[in-house]
Design a protein around this ligand. Structure first.
Ligand SMILES: Cc1ncc(COP(=O)(O)O)c(C=O)c1O
Length: 381
């Protein structure tokens, strides 16, 4: 994998003897992904960036300037996006197990809310009898749920959403304006998306006041850029589907999407440098001046979060056919502070710069205070 020239130049410009680990983002890549969604042919649509993937204000400003709306799942994120200027229906709030206090707080922002269970709907109807709402649908008994690196999001093994039985039992549907679905994350199989959407559409028939279908996110990004989500095919199929629902309903139904990972995943890079090397009989251990609490995907998903690694030495990307099985570890005392257990790296030297690729989503936003390492700076070019 070859590092783009603009990123390499930036990294070199910051390559002082001892720099702190940081993130760098290619803003143009973020914009391109936003445009991909805005170019979906179906007109009555609203695209909400899933802010859990990246809550940095500069990132949010970029997506806002691209006319994206926003999706949040917590009060802190709601406040963060509010500060950037998102308002009312531009904000979708979907979460679970909301307390009465929290429901009131969320409602006061005027965000569009999707509820997770019959009890939550009961509470909402008691608090806001005249206010419309959406429900999150777990149609997993109608499809074979995909098992993703983050678990399953549909079916009996998922904790989320109304089951189809629970949906059937909703007596008063007059205030339900939207059906929400989240099929899973990092998925490339367009047929799976469409099959799930079709099941949701079957349910939509029984909701007389339906205004929108929220089809969530889940769009895959590949590790080394070897596979691309087939967006043009997706565009055709989702547009066809939405046209069908609208003609079935006799009015235009809004399409809502909540893409997260795909928007900034490949735009972000995590940069640190080599501060120790240990040779063990079966592998080489390379220590860096960063901890996985600063770049947490390898900590949260140790077996499945694979981020390609690029080495820079003296300003140039090191490319070699001869590689060694290498573990890259963090600078704490925590035994699981490991960025990668299966990197195949050339001979690394002290001071080499290490760049983890595909670090733009669910990376900086999952910084933890555990272990005591600061949140890395984030730069946008
Ligand atoms: C309800 C919902 N919508 C959208 C997203 C964004 O998903 P992704 O990053 O897979 O596109 C998530 C992520 O967890 C989610 O829970």
């Amino acid at each position: 994998m070859i590092l783009e020239k603009n990123i390499l130049n930036y990294i070199n410009s910051k390559a002082t003897y001892e720099f702190d680990p940081y993130y760098i983002y290619d803003s143009q890549k973020i914009k391109d992904k936003c445009r991909m969604f805005q170019n979906i042919a179906y007109e009555n649509k609203s695209i909400h960036f899933a802010s859990m993937a990246n809550i940095n204000p500069q990132f949010l400003e970029i997506v806002k300037a691209e006319k994206m709306n926003i999706f949040v799942n917590s009060l802190l994120h709601l406040e963060a996006v509010y500060k950037v200027g998102f308002r009312d229906r531009e904000i979708i709030f979907t979460s679970s197990a909301l307390s009465e206090k929290m429901m009131k707080r969320i409602e006061s922002y005027g965000a569009q809310v999707n509820l997770d269970s019959p009890n939550q709907l009961k509470l909402w109807s008691k608090l806001f009898p005249d206010k419309s709402v959406g429900i999150r649908c777990n149609i997993g008994d109608k499809v074979t749920p995909y098992s993703t690196h983050a678990g399953v999001f549909l079916g009996k093994d998922s904790r989320l959403g109304f089951t189809t039985d629970e949906i059937e039992q909703i007596a008063d549907r007059s205030n339900i304006k939207g059906l929400h679905l989240y099929v899973g994350t990092d998925i490339f199989d367009i047929n799976y998306f469409i099959n799930c959407y079709q099941e949701l559409i079957k349910i939509a028939v029984d909701f007389p006041n339906l205004e929108y279908l929220n089809l969530g996110g889940g769009f895959g990004i590949s590790e080394k850029g070897e596979k691309q989500f087939d967006f043009s095919e997706y565009n055709i199929l989702v547009t066809k589907l939405m046209n069908e629902v609208s003609s079935q309903k006799g009015r235009s139904i809004k399409l809502i999407l909540e893409p997260g990972r795909i928007i900034g995943g490949d735009a972000g890079y995590f940069v640190c440098n080599v501060t120790d090397i240990k040779n063990r009989p079966h592998k080489r251990l390379v220590g860096v001046n960063a901890s996985t609490v600063q770049f947490s995907r390898p900590l949260l998903y140790p077996d499945t979060a694979n981020h390609p690694v690029i080495i820079i030495r003296d300003g140039v990307q090191l490319i070699s056919n001869e590689t060694h099985a290498t573990t890259i570890y963090g600078c704490s005392t925590y035994s699981r502070d490991i960025f990668s257990n299966k990197a195949a790296l050339p001979d690394v030297k002290m001071g080499d710069i290490i760049v983890f690729v595909n670090a733009g989503s669910y990376a900086a936003s999952s910084h933890m205070l555990f272990l005591g390492f600061p949140k890395p700076n984030e730069y946008f070019i």
